[in-house]
Design a protein around this ligand. Structure first.
Ligand SMILES: [Zn+2]
Length: 217
């Protein structure tokens, strides 16, 4: 038997509502997407966090953005070792096949992944240090950024914010390390962008490549 159950009724009802209203009103657009395939205007890498409405903040219609979400919106280093790399596969597809002209990495405030990394690196979360912790191993990508933090240890909130922004910067560096990404940038066909969204205020900051600072729009 397949380990699955029928959908709960609230999802069935919401789906039927969507089909009757949003889909019905945009039937032609969906048919065009089905017939012509996808030609997204960019790729967005965001966190899995349920509070981040990444399509909503950019008024995204279906077909406009190739989305990839993972814990703490991280891009791992380029590592063609035959292992299972879901995020790298998404980057490869977006850049090599869809040839998106933009890749945005969008970090956010109050990120649980970033807090987990911080606590693990402080020795406060031994369960995350185990080899068997998927979260711990994944968030280990941010350990160099943690070690580079210069804020005082008692200012945890500020350190988490700084670490979240540093994760965006580290991910952009890792992205640029994929040879096909580097080639697309060199050819003027691709631009990388770093953003940071404050959940409570709705403020979006954009990374200024000149000085490495995040500036609110
Ligand atoms: Zn997050």
């Amino acid at each position: 038997m397949v380990p699955a159950r029928p959908l709960p009724s609230f999802l069935v009802n919401r789906y039927l509502g969507w089909k009757a209203v949003q889909f019905a009103e945009n039937r032609a657009w969906f048919r065009r997407l089905a017939e012509e395939g996808q030609h997204p205007r960019g790729m967005i890498v965001a966190c899995c966090d349920s509070r981040i409405d990444i399509g909503g903040i950019f008024h995204a219609d279906p077909g406009e953005f190739f989305m990839h979400r993972n814990i703490a919106n991280l891009i791992p280093p380029y590592r063609p070792d035959g292992d299972l790399h879901g995020t790298s596969a998404a980057v490869e597809f977006a850049v090599r096949v869809l040839r998106v002209p933009h890749v945005l990495v969008v970090g956010h405030s109050q990120c649980g992944g970033v807090a987990a990394c911080h606590d693990m690196c402080c020795g406060m979360a031994p369960e995350l240090e185990r080899e068997t912790s998927f979260i711990g191993r994944w968030m280990g990508l941010l350990r160099p950024a943690f070690e580079a933090l210069s804020l005082p240890e008692e200012d945890r909130a500020a350190r988490l914010e700084a670490l979240g922004r540093a994760g965006v910067v580290a991910s952009l560096h890792n992205l640029a390390g994929f040879p096909f990404v580097a080639r697309a940038i060199e050819a003027g066909e691709l631009a990388l962008h770093g953003c940071y969204l404050d959940i409570g205020s709705g403020e979006l900051e954009v990374l200024d490549p000149e000085n490495g600072r995040f500036v609110a729009l």
